[in-house]
Design a protein around this ligand. Sequence first.
Ligand SMILES: NC(=O)c1ccc[n+]([C@@H]2O[C@H](COP(=O)([O-])OP(=O)(O)OC[C@H]3O[C@@H](n4cnc5c(N)ncnc54)[C@H](OP(=O)(O)O)[C@@H]3O)[C@@H](O)[C@H]2O)c1
Length: 315
Amino acid sequence: MPDTKVIAVVGATGAQGGGVVRAIAAHPDGGFTARAITRKPDSDAARALAALPNVEVVQADSDDEASLERAFAGAYGAFCVTFFWADMSAEHELAQARNLAAAAKAAGVRHVVWSTLEDTRRWVTDDRMPTLQGKYKVPHYDGKEDADAAFREAGVPTTFLRTSFYWENFIYFGLGPQRAEDGVLALTFPLGSSRLPGMSSEDIGKTAYAIFARGDEFVGKTVSIAGEHLTGDQLAESMSRALGEEVRYNDIDPDVFRGFGFPAADEVGNMFQFKRDFEAEYAGPRDLDFTRSLNPELQDFDTWLAANAGKIPLG
Ligand SMILES: NC(=O)c1ccc[n+]([C@@H]2O[C@H](COP(=O)([O-])OP(=O)(O)OC[C@H]3O[C@@H](n4cnc5c(N)ncnc54)[C@H](OP(=O)(O)O)[C@@H]3O)[C@@H](O)[C@H]2O)c1
């Protein structure tokens, strides 16, 4: 396919990158092929990607800039994401982002879509929540905007894609409903009455694909996306309908959440408190109509639940 442009996709066996690869495979006439990057080309996940049309699988590690440069060679575009939850270190994420930016520059990549989030410290300027990892409020947010500079300083044409909370967190991240002492399922986190911008992680990939397909339109711009903005009560109401059983929203104090004791409870508690206290600043830019204009298949929460409610573990 001599006329197609290669998009190198970091994190291809994961949620966001996998969505980008599947979006490219789903558009055989879209003018792109995917180069799916993995550390383990022999894994089942990598083999499943290799079986898709218009997809090749290559090996690289985001900790190894030279391997990224080889993987990016000849590519028109690169979808770049870092992996905060691998070791929960914002400094490690920053180092990986620097490797990605330097490799993209060296390989002459013409368009990077960088999956990022905003620096909450712009709004959280007081001591309402603890400082984590020495200087962050929400490390997996703050470190990502810090890393935006790596792409700017490298001089790589970049779209800064600000994503949202995955609804898959209700399946895989321990944030699903737990049975309370009275036997009723409850969603428990400190969101108050604010709305949580959320989306299916698969839609992040579809939207990134659309950004590549629009050419240079969003280069140098920040694009903020979500599938729906819902309060805790609204999330619980939708879950009740989808599960056929009452789910209630249990609003708690952020300090109580931070004290739950699971790894990163403080980080996740800070994240919800930020979204609770700065709803307008956080949800406002994540325009749903704009996101849908990029990705017409964008799911709302009820649509996502229709396909996924059965996977939510009921504690
Ligand atoms: N959960 C949420 O609600 C949410 C919302 C917005 C943003 N985020 C952000 O999303 C990011 C993670 O993206 P994701 O959810 O798509 O990840 P994921 O599903 O956990 O997948 C990560 C993939 O990346 C690969 N990987 C891990 N370390 C690597 C390395 N050193 N070099 C190359 N590849 C590596 C792994 O593939 P191999 O093993 O095949 O190499 C893995 O399959 C995090 O930084 C998080 O903060 C999460």
